[in-house]
Design a protein around this ligand. Structure first.
Ligand SMILES: Nc1ncnc2c1ncn2[C@@H]1O[C@H](COP(=O)(O)OP(=O)(O)OP(=O)(O)O)[C@@H](O)[C@H]1O
Ligand SMILES: [Mg+2]
Length: 603
């Protein structure tokens, strides 16, 4: 088990034990520590008081007319000490819980924020189910480590030394020796068995991640599962992972039994040896009956925290394993980072320029090859081309989800890789090809663009996107919930919500990626009129398959296999008689075929 992991964990958690700027929490830490000391003190005193009681009572037996008040007082003190030990222990835990919960919250929050700051590439590769489990287990681990290392591990070690000292002082060095050897054997056993159990724990975690990943993925694909009647297949898939977990968990429990039995053997042998020693000493008259009781009580009392120590050690190791995954998330580097000292971009007219841009997602497959084009301020440029030619990739590069492999992308003459990502993203409104909505109300989803926007602005944006009337016709209007990922809306409704929220964002640059592909031609042309209205003084990029929607663009780029093979206005391209002209003819033909055969269909 890496010591690295432990130091790392302590470095992360340490500051939370003494939270900066949180005097309330600091007070709690202090009082919890004082309670801890008082509880331990009372605890160490209990056997001594018990021994004293026994001695008093046995002398009472021989001389019955001795005052009864003293043993009674000791009995009461014994009771009080026992109670205080519990009470202070509880006080300590109750007070400290806020401190550890605060740590849990802060760490969970920072992991969450970090995950959000990671690149699109990471998120496309990730497995949501596993990600959730990482954070879940990791934060549980924190809570455990904080309270147990501070309040159980260290104090128990102190207590062991204290008891050894008392035994030595009261009954001779041999008792302290036997105690130390017993503890030594105990600790050795614990460490070696635990090292083996940790491996089992890792396997369990992996199986757990896998099960969670598969179950989340399967539930997200609920419809697909039904379309192909694959419920059983899904069941089998998840069962393999669950089985692995089951085996791991059972093995873990078995190994725990072994550990417990071994630990108990060590402790019991120690106690037996000491009790025999004490019995011999009583026979010789070097120890009183009370002494015997004290020894027995101390040993029993020690065996409890010792057992505890075993558990704690095991749990600490487990927590560290659990936190590995979470730390691996924190170690994930942000792929797209602002340069040191980067300034926000200064948006003036919103002119966009791609200069000789080459890009590949993976090293061995180039997606965009030496792409150059400019979109002057307030102009509209359309990108058309076959599927997979790299159109959406252009929007991802402009939004800086990825860094261009070569070449530059400039907005108003400023290279977007030299300024802050935030400011670039602020300036661009993207309606993506596949819209996914939050599982909340329509109102929430539109207003997401500007959470402080007044209701009227939200309605206005919805009107521009031609969806206001539809929304108000719903029984619950804007308060209608859209379901997971927005699946309770039709494809076209979802797209219009997406347009509305981008309109509400009110950016200097619009990027519509097939933003109206799911709409019928009537609605599409209505929206288009509205969009042309608002994008009059905006720079606009449009990706479209249906060429009729790009006819009025100032320039059309025809992209094919990552290169721009033609560019010009609709008229120029038609006159050229190239690929665009062919595509146009195709679509014309399809349209007339369709109108002959049946009423217009959405594409
Ligand atoms: N994250 C990714 N990792 C690897 N390859 C990718 C990734 N995203 C897209 N690609 C590949 O890059 C190519 C271009 O994708 P892009 O999404 O830009 O196509 P497109 O022109 O928008 O196509 P469509 O018209 O179908 O939307 C595709 O062949 C695709 O498989
Ligand atoms: Mg695309």
């Amino acid at each position: 088990m890496s010591g690295n992991n432990l130091t790392r964990t302590l470095a992360v958690l340490g500051p939370y034990l003494w939270p900066r700027g949180r005097n309330d929490l600091r007070w709690r830490v202090i009082i919890a520590l004082v309670s801890l000391a008082l509880a331990k003190f009372a605890n160490v005193y209990v056997p001594l008081l018990l021994g004293a009681t026994v001695d008093r009572l046995s002398s009472l037996e021989t001389t019955p007319n001795l005052a009864f008040g003293i043993p009674l007082a000791i009995i009461l003190a014994y009771g009080f000490a026992r109670w205080s030990s519990t009470a202070f222990g509880e006080l300590r835990d109750a007070l400290f819980s806020r401190v550890s919960q605060n740590a849990v919250r802060q760490v969970a929050l920072s992991v969450f924020q970090h995950v959000h700051s990671l690149s699109l590439r990471f998120h496309l590769d990730r497995k949501t189910g596993a990600l959730n489990r990482f954070i879940d287990r990791g934060t549980k681990g924190i809570q455990f480590l904080l309270s147990f290392v501070v309040f159980n591990l260290l104090p128990t070690i102190v207590e062991i030394f204290l008891v050894c000292g008392i035994l030595w002082y009261m009954f001779g060095v041999q008792y302290a020796l036997v105690t130390s050897v017993t503890i030594g054997v105990y600790v050795w056993l614990t460490f070696s068995i635990t090292a083996w159990r940790i491996r089992i724990r890792r396997q369990m975690n992996e199986a757990d991640n896998e099960a969670s990943t598969r179950s989340v993925d399967s539930l997200l694909n609920f419809e697909t599962v039904k379309y192909f009647n694959n419920e059983e297949h899904e069941g089998r898939r998840i069962d393999t992972a669950l089985r692995a977990y089951e085996t791991g968990a059972a093995k873990s429990r078995e190994s725990l039994a072994l550990l417990n039995v071994a630990q108990a053997a060590a402790v019991t042998s120690g106690i037996l040896i000491m009790l025999i020693m004490a019995a011999l000493n009583i026979r010789d008259g070097t120890i009183t009956l009370g002494g015997f009781v004290v020894i027995n009580a101390y040993l029993l009392q020690l065996s409890m925290p010792l057992n505890f120590l075993g558990t704690v050690y095991r749990e600490i190791q487990q927590s560290l394993v659990d936190m590995e995954n979470m730390f691996s998330l924190l170690d994930e580097e942000q792929e797209i980072q602002d340069l040191p000292g980067a300034l926000p971009i200064e948006i003036r007219d919103g002119a966009v320029e791609f200069y000789n841009v080459t890009f590949s997602y993976q090293a061995d497959r180039v997606i965009l090859k030496h792409i150059s084009f400019t979109v002057e301020s307030s102009k509209t440029v359309a990108i058309v081309g076959p599927t997979g030619s790299g159109k959406s990739t252009i929007s991802r590069l402009l939004f800086r989800f990825y860094e261009a492999t070569d070449g530059n992308i400039r907005i108003d003459g400023q290279d977007i890789s030299q300024v802050t990502q935030d400011s670039v993203r602020q300036a661009i409104g993207v309606v993506p090809q596949d819209t996914v909505l939050f599982n909340d109300t329509i109102y929430y989803n539109i207003r997401y663009a500007r959470p402080d926007a007044p209701a009227e602005a939200v309605y206005e944006a919805a009107r521009t996107a031609r969806i206001h009337e539809f929304i108000t016709s719903l029984p619950e209007g804007y308060e209608t919930r859209v379901g997971e990922r927005g699946l309770k809306l039709s494809g076209g409704e979802k797209q219009r919500v997406a347009i509305a929220r981008t309109v509400l964002k009110n950016p200097k640059i619009f990027f519509f990626d097939e933003a109206t592909s799911a709409l019928d031609s009537n609605t599409e042309s209505e929206i288009q009129t509205n969009l042309e209205e608002i994008s009059k003084d905006r720079t606009t990029l449009i990706i479209a398959h249906r060429l009729s929607t790009v006819v009025r663009a100032d320039q059309i780029l025809v992209l094919d296999q990552g290169t721009i093979i033609e560019r010009g206005t609709h008229q120029q391209l038609l006159a050229n008689g190239g690929k665009y002209a062919r595509m146009w003819k195709e679509q014309e033909k399809e349209n007339s075929d369709r109108t002959e055969m049946a009423p217009p269909v959405t594409s």
